[in-house]
Design a protein around this ligand. Structure first.
Ligand code: ADP
Length: 862
């Protein structure tokens, strides 16, 4: 093997410790990458790939680099793409170095530990998590948001899928495992969620973190948290003073909404393009602070189960709705509050600048006003929220006295500290100011003496202060008055000994000012560190107030109503609406619907044409329940519901394709999940179950599932189906009721009324939907003819206990009678058409292919 240069050897030795990260290797003014890192980085960052010699007889190796001062943006791009970046700096002065300059990794930046930049969403936590598999169906799960300092921990009991659900719920960006963690389980996770993962074996919390996990006690918890903070310490290599004591939470204290249901219900992002816009969170988010935005998302991910807690939130929303002026005042005051949580993180990291501290001061100035406004509301929960807020008045005063109103972002160029804060600084400033006024006087005086009005005193970095006279005026300048220093094309620049003396004084003063201001600022920043935990506490209260005022705002704007809860498992919703669909439709277009469910109506079987509004109706009930349990008003005239422990949904197939599993398999897995976990207190929404397989199978499964829920589970269930035949179950199952979404025909066209009423639908109107989609007239009329033929032959109905097996498929071959019939009714060509129709895998062809196929089949029949 070729012998590498000492520097490349050093590179390889360091790289070996950071195999899964890009190694940014500092070489002078650049961070360089070599070998495969260079190849991949040049593609991902679109930078030029070059090469360099790596030793006397070795081949040239690939290399690419980024200037150190622009590195931030490149690092961010890589982090956004889910990569990790290790920053390797020169840790000794190259002039002093003997041989290769010493280099060390000073920081590892990963998706879960990034502290600034675009990757961080203002209104979203950036969690990093650790998972410990205790191999007894329990898993330790710890979470940290480095930007806000929040720490949470729990023990999850159950299957690995439960852990995946929890990871999805928290939206963690990176997961830390032990090196011996099951690869298959990690694989299963990555199939469902794109998340960075890393390894750490140490389970002992480092010394500095022990106080954070004092109350935890249990070994499992401490080990899990230990893994997480060991990783943080190794990667961050700096102070993490802002981390808050770990909070133990119990997932079972919250309404359980699993990963699929969250996606299906579009709680925080839409299914199709994974954007916040169009989701429930988007609609609800009337928060005015970043902290409030983050808390709202946390709340929505975890609706409450305890009525008392829900009622507290609701009562505050009610008060805020009643007291419009106070609410608007509160909103305005909150708008002035900066992101205190992330700011506390920056203070701990030592990268907060003066401008941000001024924002902190402005935020703190708002706190007493906010407290006063909330007290005026006279709401017990409001009072509890602001009751023990520490106003941090001394911090506010210190910032007020020390920092200028509008300091620059840079903390090294002065202009930060107020006059009067430090005597020494004031003295330097006097010297500098006197010098400057002396210069101004000099300019005036020389203009008068020489009579040159355009004469001016200027400054540049190379020559210092000078007197400039334009070429046109040089003739009038008395010979020998000044000493010539620099010649420009249209002017000459001069100096005088006096000017140089003053210059020395001014420059010295300015240099000292910059240094002193910098030192003073560091002192102030250090001082702020003591307040980190108080600021975090204030932040918590402020975010909660913000979310609650947002609830009041959204409830008022959309005419929501206060929900009530009952313990006799009744659902009474009068004129309910789907909060997001009603928003995207034009005003007045949404048709409100009632929901009535009780012990005689445990399961509603919903039939009706496609596009009539079945899934909207189902989602509407789930969203109203979630909103209510989050503590927000709900879109309806009147609502009384039980508190649901879990919501399960199986709606739509759009999200299945990415996971690589067949649509039908996913459908069955989700259904299994729902019926095996649901309790009497749960809500189940099943949309078109059985659609992904043949009619025979599908209908049999659908019926069996309904029966199982009816007999064994007893959860409130909405079941929509296109198998009209199932409506007969109403006769069999005492607490199942048929409802349908009505449609009427007007002059041969179907009009969807979007109104849900009792009873079964009489038609499926599929052909009318095809008509709406503008299929050729020829296809439509032929389909109508075929339909009426088929309807005359159909004997399909579900199995009732007393009956013999019956024909479920129109084209089933078994029963004798049908065979005879089909012999008589279909020609050979028709049979071929039927056979190819049967084979058609409808779910896996595009609409265009479907039309082509229809056309082809129709031709065969002509
Ligand atoms: P289905 O599940 O019956 O196929 P959807 O629930 O997907 O139908 O609804 C189809 C479309 O009909 C929705 O996108 C919406 O635009 C409209 N819609 C549904 N329910 C209503 C309603 N109650 N009022 C007005 N429009 C509705």
């Amino acid at each position: 093997m070729a012998e590498h240069t000492p520097m490349i050897k050093q590179y390889l030795a360091i790289k070996a410790q950071y195999k899964d990260a890009f190694l940014f290797f500092r070489l002078g003014d650049f961070y360089e990458m070599f070998f495969d890192d260079a190849k991949l980085a040049s593609q991902e960052l679109e930078i030029t790939l070059t090469s360099r010699g790596a030793g006397a007889d070795s081949e040239r190796i690939p290399m690419c680099g980024v200037p150190y001062h622009a590195a931030e943006q490149y690092i961010q791009q890589l982090i956004e793409k889910g990569y990790k970046v290790a920053i390797c700096e020169q840790t000794e002065d190259p002039k002093q170095a003997k041989g290769v300059v010493r280099r060390e990794v000073v920081k590892l930046i990963t998706p879960g530990t990034v502290m600034e930049g675009k990757v961080l969403q203002e209104k979203e936590n950036n969690f990093i998590a650790s998972v410990t598999d205790f191999l007894d169906d329990t898993y330790g799960f710890a979470l940290t948001d480095l930007t806000t300092g929040e720490n949470f921990i729990t023990i999850l009991q159950g299957s690995w899928q439960d852990v995946i659900n929890e990871i999805a719920t928290t939206g963690a960006k990176e997961i830390i495992f032990a090196t011996n963690h099951s690869e298959a389980k990690i694989e299963q996770l990555l199939q469902q969620i794109q998340v960075a993962h890393s390894y750490e074996d140490s389970e002992q919390p480092p010394e500095a973190f022990l106080s954070l996990c004092e109350g935890l006690g249990q070994r499992k918890l401490i080990e899990t948290f230990g893994r997480l903070c060991s990783y943080l310490v190794k990667t961050q290599k700096r102070s993490l003073d802002h981390l808050q004591p770990v909070i133990y939470y119990t997932p079972s204290e919250f309404m359980r909404v699993d990963l699929h249901s969250k996606r299906n219900l579009e709680l925080v992002e839409t299914i199709r393009d994974k954007k916040k816009k169009g989701s429930l969170l988007w609609l609800l988010d009337k928060t005015v602070t970043a902290m409030g935005g983050r808390l709202l998302k946390q709340w929505l991910e975890r609706p409450l189960l305890k009525q008392e807690q829900i009622e507290k939130r609701l009562s505050m929303v009610e008060t805020l709705l009643d007291q419009f002026f106070e609410r608007e005042e509160l909103r305005e005051q909150l708008k002035e509050v900066y992101d205190l949580e992330r700011l506390a993180g920056k203070v701990a990291y030592g990268n907060v600048n003066a401008r941000e501290l001024v924002q902190l001061k402005r935020s703190l100035q708002q706190i007493p006003k906010i407290v006063a406004t909330v007290q005026e509301l006279s709401n017990p929960y409001g009072e509890q929220l602001v009751g023990d807020i520490d106003l941090c008045e001394d911090l506010c005063r210190m910032l007020q006295e020390s920092l200028k109103q509008d300091p620059p972002i840079s903390i090294k160029e002065g202009g930060i500290i107020r006059d009067g804060y430090n005597e020494q600084l004031d003295q330097y400033r006097d010297a500098s100011r006197n010098g400057k006024s002396w210069l101004a006087e000099l300019e005036q005086q020389e203009r008068q003496v020489t009579g040159i009005k355009s004469l001016k005193v200027g400054y540049n970095k190379v020559f210092g202060y000078y007197i400039e006279v334009t070429r046109a005026n040089l003739g009038t300048l008395p010979e020998g008055r000044y000493e010539r220093k620099q010649t420009l094309s249209n002017a000459e620049r001069f100096i005088t000994p006096e000017l140089k003396d003053k210059e020395a004084l001014i420059l010295e003063a300015e240099e000292k000012i910059e240094q002193l201001e910098y030192d003073l600022f560091l002192g102030i920043r250090e001082n702020v560190k003591q307040y980190i935990s108080k600021l975090q506490y204030v932040a918590k209260k402020i975010s909660e107030l913000d979310v609650l005022q947002g609830f009041a705002k959204v409830s008022e704007e959309n005419h929501y109503t206060k929900p009530e809860f009952n313990e006799d498992r009744q659902i009474v919703i009068v004129e309910g609406r789907h909060p997001v669909v009603e928003k995207v439709l034009r005003s007045g277009e949404y048709v409100p619907n009632d929901v009535q469910m009780n012990s005689e109506r445990e399961i509603l079987l919903i039939t009706g044409p496609n596009m009539a509004g079945k899934s909207t109706y189902m989602r509407q009930l789930a969203l109203i329940s979630i909103l209510a349990q989050v503590g927000c008003y709900v879109p309806a005239k009147k609502v009384s519901i039980p508190i649901f422990d879990q919501v399960f949904t199986r709606i739509g197939a759009a999200d299945d394709l990415a996971s690589g599993q067949s649509t039908f398999m996913v459908e069955m897995l989700e259904t299994k999940n729902a019926i095996s976990r649901a309790t009497q207190k749960s809500l189940i929404l099943l949309d078109e179950i059985g659609r992904g397989t043949s009619t025979y199978d599908g209908m049999a499964l659908a019926q069996a599932i309904i029966e199982y829920i009816h007999e064994e589970v007893g959860a409130k269930t909405l079941f929509s189906t296109h198998y009209h035949e199932l409506t007969i179950l109403e006769e069999e199952l005492s607490s199942l009721k048929n409802v349908h979404v009505s449609a009427v025909e007007e002059s041969g066209k179907v009009v969807f009324l979007h109104k849900v009423v009792d009873g079964q639908a009489d038609k499926s109107y599929g052909i009318y939907v095809a008509e709406l989609a503008d299929l050729p007239e020829q296809v439509i009329s032929r389909a109508k003819t075929i339909l009426s033929k088929l309807e005359n032959q159909s004997h399909v109905k579900p199995v009732q206990e007393t009956e013999q097996p019956i024909q479920l498929s129109l084209f089933a071959e078994k029963p004798e009678v049908t065979k005879k019939q089909s012999k008589g009714s279909f020609s050979e060509d028709e049979k071929k058409v039927i056979a190819s129709l049967k084979k058609l895998d409808i779910l896996n062809i595009t609409p265009i292919e479907a039309i082509q196929k229809l056309n082809e089949l129709q031709k065969k029949l002509k």
